[in-house]
Each structure stands twice: as structure tokens, then as C-alpha cells.
Design a protein around this ligand. Structure first.
Ligand SMILES: Cc1cc2nc3c(=O)[nH]c(=O)nc-3n(C[C@H](O)[C@H](O)[C@H](O)COP(=O)(O)O)c2cc1C
Length: 147
């Protein structure tokens, strides 16, 4: 899979004011009617329990100029500095990453599937907004690329 390109997004969750974000390559479009997306999140990920409790998530689909954001939310910063210096705006469900994103999606979890060391969450899309980013951030062979 290392050689297979994946778009990069940041999943964010908010459970009663506790907020976390994580860099994600597993966002997938599942259905148009109804609109459903899927994300696969590691059971060891620091946002995992928060996501299960919140039962909802947001994804900011990163633009090619947002590599620093991708690196940051893959680095496992502790809660106290988790969002420090990151420009966000309030979504309906969780904070959305500001800046030249390709788009934003907010979804409510409608199914969870146990998939080994990850859980695959199916999200019913509540809102989807295009962003100003013209090029997407893509990860392949441990490097980021603009597509
Ligand atoms: C490009 C990229 C894509 C990633 N995609 C996923 C993913 O789809 N699901 C996942 O659980 N972790 C994914 N990760 C790992 C997490 O971003 C993160 O590094 C890991 O959960 C450890 O951070 P934490 O301690 O904050 O959980 C990805 C990392 C990178 C760099």
C-alpha cells in the first residue's frame, strides 16, 4: 500500500469540549444516496475513544500547501498543545481546519465495523463544503505530493 497514493485529510472530533484531530489517509466515499463516507481509525489512536463517544466527526481534506498540518496531526501532540497555532473554525460537529483545504465534510457515525487493529466508521454526511484549495495533498511512499 506504500506505493498506492492516498489523499490526506485531518479527522477532528469534539466530545463535550474535548477535541482532537488526526491525520488520515483512509477517507473513502461509500455512497451517494444516501451520502456516506468511511474512515478507518486505529484503536490505539489518541482520538479513538473520543470518536466512539462523540459518534460524529469532521474531516478537512487538505490542500497541497498544508503538509505542515498533516505532519502535525500525525505526530501525536498531547492534548494541551494539540491545537496550538492551528487556525480552525467551528463546524457543526467538530473544529474544521482553516486555510486552503480542498473541502470539508461533517458526518454522524451510523455503523462501526471491527477491522483488526482499526475500526471502520461509516459516516452519514450532514454537510459537505468545497474549499479554496485547487490541488490536493497526497501521500505516497512516505512523501507528500501535490495533485
Ligand atoms: C499520511 C498519513 C495517513 C494516516 N492515515 C491514518 C488512518 O487512515 N487511520 C489511522 O488510524 N491513522 C492514520 N495515520 C496515523 C495517525 O495520523 C497518527 O500518526 C497516529 O494515530 C498516532 O498519533 P496519535 O498518538 O495522536 O494517535 C496516518 C498517518 C499519516 C502520516
Amino acid at each position: 500500500m506504500r506505493y498506492w497514493p492516498h489523499g490526506v485529510s485531518v479527522l477532528s472530533v469534539d466530545y463535550e469540549g474535548d477535541r482532537m484531530g488526526v491525520t488520515l489517509s483512509s477517507l473513502v466515499s461509500l455512497s451517494l444516496e444516501p451520502p456516506l463516507v468511511g474512515v478507518s481509525v486505529g484503536k490505539q489512536a489518541s482520538c479513538y475513544e473520543l470518536l466512539r463517544r462523540a459518534g460524529a466527526f469532521a474531516v478537512s481534506m487538505l490542500g497541497s500547501e498544508q503538509e505542515e498540518i498533516a505532519r502535525r496531526f500525525a505526530a501525536g501532540h498531547p492534548p494541551i498543545v494539540h491545537w496550538a497555532g492551528v487556525a480552525t473554525r467551528e463546524g457543526e460537529i467538530a473544529p474544521l481546519i482553516e486555510g486552503p483545504c480542498v473541502g470539508w465534510i461533517e458526518a454522524r457515525v451510523v455503523a462501526e465495523h471491527d477491522v483488526g487493529d482499526h475500526t471502520f466508521f461509516v459516516g452519514d454526511v450532514l454537510s459537505a463544503q468545497p474549499g479554496p484549495g485547487h490541488h490536493a495533498l497526497v501521500y505516497r511512499d512516505r512523501e507528500y505530493h501535490a495533485v
